[in-house]
Design a protein around this ligand. Structure first.
Ligand SMILES: Nc1ncnc2c1ncn2[C@@H]1O[C@H](COP(=O)(O)OP(=O)(O)OP(=O)(O)O)[C@@H](O)[C@H]1O
Length: 271
């Protein structure tokens, strides 16, 4: 897969606070890349450097293609109507939005409303619509679904997946591990100013999943076992339940959740 963006040895300080110490990663064409990190890790700082809003101190950013940027909340004048914002951006970008996107984002229904009258979900859909104008190759989304309800989040996820289907590459930040798991092809975990992990969710699990978590349900209730030796433990559990005359009603085995793995990497002091 071709690379659409190279980030090499990026450094950024705010006065004396070294937020980005040495950040390097590549984004492949057509993928959804998630930047993860605890509060204050520097996710927005990276995005703003990539978007060209923020001057960085050292390093290189190479982008092959046109970029689309999602506005922050309350970025538009409160009394500007949605259709006026669409017109303004259309003039500015010399582009129209596809009918299909206007429809799926539900822009027509809110066209006559002012920005201040929009709900958080409607604002986010408008921000996405404006970012998509001009068909960018690379779309930057900073916590695109923060503050949305389940239905709003699901709808926006479908829009994001649709963008990828149309060939767009997406770089997003998120604190929602379910969102990351369902949307992102690869993730980068930021810790202490560096990328502590870059790869797929499965690769992260493989790297960290030294333990198996076994959940067993019987008429006595639920028990959870943790083991490094899966076959031995499964046999042992079956024997024990048989001995006690208990029926295993349901059993699941996994190697920990993305949230557990993320926290392990994001909080660790040493790589
Ligand atoms: N303009 C600024 N001046 C000084 N410090 C700043 C500025 N912007 C951000 N910071 C600091 O830089 C650090 C990284 O901030 P940033 O917003 O990039 O983190 P983040 O990972 O996006 O956090 P969150 O998950 O809370 O949104 C924080 O400690 C923040 O306080």
């Amino acid at each position: 897969m071709d690379t659409i963006m190279h980030v090499l040895h990026l450094k950024k300080k705010y006065q004396t606070l070294e937020v980005l110490k040495d950040v390097s990663f590549d984004v492949k064409k057509g993928e959804i890349f998630g930047i993860l990190g605890m509060n204050g890790a520097g996710k927005t700082t990276i995005l703003e450097c990539l978007e060209g809003f923020l001057k960085y101190d050292e390093g290189q950013i190479e982008i092959h293609g046109q970029i689309g940027i999602q506005l922050q909340s309350s970025a538009l004048p409160a009394y500007m109507k949605v259709k006026e914002a669409m017109k303004l951006f259309s003039k500015w970008k010399h582009a129209q939005l596809d009918e299909e996107i206007v429809k799926t984002l539900g822009i027509e229904e809110i066209a006559d409303q002012t920005y201040r009258e929009l709900s958080t979900g409607q604002q986010r859909r408008l921000h996405l619509a404006l970012a998509l104008m001009g068909h960018p190759d690379l779309l930057f989304l900073d916590e695109p679904t923060a503050g949305l309800d389940v239905a709003g989040r699901k709808a926006l996820h479908e829009n994001i997946i649709q963008c990828r289907k149309q060939g767009m590459t997406i770089v997003l930040t998120s604190h929602d591990m379910n969102e990351v798991e369902s949307l992102c092809d690869r993730i980068g975990i930021l810790r202490q100013g560096k990328m502590a992990f870059i790869g797929t969710v499965e690769e992260l699990a493989k790297q960290l999943g030294r333990y198996y978590y076994i959940k067993v349900n019987s008429q006595e209730g639920e028990e959870v076992y943790t083991t490094q030796h899966i076959q031995q433990t499964l046999m042992q559990i079956c024997q024990d339940y048989q001995k006690q005359n208990l029926d295993i009603l349901d059993m699941t085995v996994n190697r920990g959740t993305l949230e557990q793995h993320f926290l392990e990497v994001a909080r660790r002091n040493e790589i």
